[in-house]
Ligand binder design. Sequence first.
Ligand SMILES: CC(C)(COP(=O)(O)OP(=O)(O)OC[C@H]1O[C@@H](n2cnc3c(N)ncnc32)[C@H](O)[C@@H]1OP(=O)(O)O)[C@@H](O)C(=O)NCCC(=O)NCCS
Length: 198
Amino acid sequence: MEYNITQYDLEQGALEIQYIEEFFGEFPRKKTAAEIVARLANRSHLILLANAPLPDDPGTVMPVSFKVAHEILTNEQEPKLRDLVERLRGSVTFDGRRVLYTWIGGTRRDWRGQGHFRALTEQQEQWAIEQGFDEIVVKTKNKFYEMRGTLDHLRFEVVKYERDPIDNEESKVYLSKRLLPELLRRHRSSRTVTQATI
Ligand SMILES: CC(C)(COP(=O)(O)OP(=O)(O)OC[C@H]1O[C@@H](n2cnc3c(N)ncnc32)[C@H](O)[C@@H]1OP(=O)(O)O)[C@@H](O)C(=O)NCCC(=O)NCCS
């Protein structure tokens, strides 16, 4: 199967992400386009969506899976990002290295298990290596079993576990993958990538 991926620029991509997140019942707090723009503006970032046909109308192709990532730096000023970097310190090396953080992502329920998220992940890794990143970091929670299982299949390694004092389901799990050039040889998906045009 050839996966069909679109790379978006910031403004259009933020609107696409806001739209697709509406389909995710499991996301308690959905991101607004304005919030996405505020987070990604002025930092290296990548917005990817995978497109696929509607099962009952194969002529109609729509975004079904997404992945948004951005660079994190050792001296972040924004409180949430400063907190994230502080929590990662000691588990991820920042000095002299470029670290990409996978912020949000998912696949619409009807299209899960078809390889769309693997294809987006492999495209993200290819882009990150081309851009000179050294490592990709992602954060999830104990209770997100599908995501944990998927990250396991995608060969992310746990670098930190932060136990929630009250409810272990809420405990945070930080995972990472080092971006060595040989990684590209292990990629499995065949992809067509286009840049969105307005
Ligand atoms: C996790 C999620 C993104 C997977 O997307 P997907 O498009 O179905 O994933 P893919 O089909 O590309 O699968 C990628 C790999 O993960 C594995 N995988 C997918 N879902 C899995 C699951 N529920 N349990 C274990 N492994 C799983 C696949 O077998 C595949 O491995 P392989 O390529 O070695 O065969 C999707 O289930 C999802 O959006 N879940 C909700 C998101 C969420 O909970 N977010 C919370 C915030 S982190």
